[in-house]
Design a protein around this ligand. Structure first.
Ligand code: SDX
Length: 428
């Protein structure tokens, strides 16, 4: 196959190189397009535009395939734990026993959060959404770690990576404790990464009465793995473009938290539960809400449905749906909205509107049901998504910097007023 594509613009032909990836994806390299033709491409939402070459995550939306560094999400969700997957995403290989132990120890050594960060947190009203607080606290970490990462130093980069992996879950737990007006604790360093997150979130003020539940720990570990990376999604692209100006890792992650918050992205897991609650309160008639979702005059969308890339089942949604049944069963939780969710999914998948547009449940459709069964408040669902996505953001930021990618600065097509003379106010 010729490795070029020929483009003709107003009679001028140019050959543009084709880039072919290891999974045989093809891209048109347009780096010389404007220089040779004066034309640019236009692609609102970057639906057809690749921003980079990456070796971290591969997904095939048509086939419903998702792999981290070549390992299938199904295998990783079943056989690995979250810190192992974090190491794999960031450094490219699954860790040996020794490497994993050192990684865990180095993270624990960095898990104390500066006391003054509590003063920052105290400034927020209890009504503040945890995602807004988490984004601010993550950016505030820079104030206590002012030295920006020297990406040319492996050691420097490693230190920054373990620091953010250590402190981010503490800040995430603090956003919940702030809402509940509870004392702020640092990590219990004698237990695992997921265990200490749950304990910081739920232990009472005298550090007693919180019993770790193996089912909850395993379910959360699996959910964090399923959320760990997803190639160039909105929040990851945000982390990359902020980092491309050589802003620090913590500032870039803070921007990613803000992007993830949106209900079209990570905020959908909260919006799904609110939608299911609304359907339940309305008597459980899913057909009414399906009709609303199809009505172009109605802004209502079926939250947790559809995806920019998956035009088949989101493989994560399949795993989470199965886990929801298991976890609720093991916890003895009867949640009527799980049945409403299944009924809504069935009705939508049989409806021509959804079939024609290849709209399937995505990662956010069932995850909230599990978080709810674990006792996690709805407003914290996207915070849990952020804790899961953190290793992916770190991996993508590190890859972008190590590959010395240029600062992100897209072009535009101007559609405003052409040149006109200034008129003083008396003549307007
Ligand atoms: C995540 O990118 C990632 O990888 C993200 C993520 C990750 O891991 O990082 O997977 C996590 O963000 C999952 C998505 C969570 N968001 C939601 O569940 C919100 C509901 N879904 C939609 O808003 C929508 O499906 C998006 C935002 C997810 C994708 O939107 P696109 O790709 O821009 O598609 P579109 O809006 O152009 O929709 C195409 C058509 C339109 O109809 P027509 O104009 O062709 O008639 O499908 C319709 C849309 O109206 N449509 C929906 C719908 N989603 C799309 N109609 C009703 N309900 C929906 N949910």
């Amino acid at each position: 196959m010729s490795k070029v594509a020929t483009v003709e613009i107003e009679g001028k032909k140019i050959d543009l190189p084709l880039v072919v990836g290891t999974e045989n994806e093809i891209a048109l390299d347009i780096t010389k397009l404007r220089g040779e033709t004066g034309a640019i491409t236009l692609d609102p939402g970057y639906k057809n535009t690749g921003s980079c070459e990456s070796a971290i995550t591969f997904l095939d939306g048509e086939k419903g395939i998702l792999r981290y560094r070549g390992y299938s999400i199904e295998e990783l969700a079943e056989k690995a734990d979250f810190l192992e997957v974090a190491y794999l995403l960031i450094f490219g290989e699954l860790p040996t026993e020794t490497q994993l132990q050192k990684f865990n120890t180095d993270i624990l050594d960095q898990s104390i959060v500066n006391e003054d960060m509590k003063t920052v947190l105290k400034g927020f009203p209890e009504s503040a959404h945890p995602m807004g607080v988490l984004s601010s606290l993550t950016s505030a970490l820079t104030a206590f770690n002012p030295k920006s990462v020297n990406v040319d130093s492996e050691e420097d980069m490693y230190k920054a990576i373990v620091k953010i992996l250590a402190k981010f879950p503490v800040l995430a737990a603090w956003t919940l404790r702030k809402k509940n007006n509870q004392n702020l604790f640092n990590k219990d360093t004698n237990i695992g990464y997921v265990e200490s997150l749950l304990k910081m979130m739920f232990q009472d003020d005298n550090k007693k009465n919180y019993k770790l539940n193996k089912t909850v720990v395993n379910a959360l570990d699996k959910l964090l793995i399923l959320h760990a990376d997803h190639e160039q999604n909105c929040s990851t692209s945000t982390v990359r473009i902020v980092g491309s100006s050589h802003a620090g890792l913590f500032a870039s992650i803070s921007a990613g938290v803000s992007a993830l918050w949106g209900p079209l992205h990570g905020g959908a897991n909260q919006a799904v539960i609110e939608m299911l609650e609304e359907i339940k309160a309305d008597g459980g008639d899913t057909s009414k809400f399906i009709a609303k979702a199809k009505d172009k005059d109605d802004p209502f969308r079926l939250m947790g449905f559809g995806h920019r890339v998956y035009k088949n089942f989101d493989p994560r949604a399949k795993i989470i749906k199965k886990a929801a049944d298991e976890v609720l069963g093991q916890l003895g939780v009867e949640d009527p909205i799980l049945e409403i969710a299944k009924g809504l999914e069935k009705a939508a998948l049989e409806d021509q509107y959804f079939i024609d547009r290849k709209l399937y449940p995505n990662v956010d459709f069932y995850s909230g049901i599990i978080y709810r069964a674990m006792g996690i408040p709805t407003e914290m669902f996207t915070v849990m998504f952020a804790v899961g996505r953190l290793p992916g953001w770190i991996a993508q930021w590190r890859e972008m910097r190590l590959r010395k990618e240029p600062i992100g600065r897209p072009r535009q097509v101007y559609i405003g007023e052409t040149h006109r003379k200034f008129k003083d106010i008396a003549n307007r």
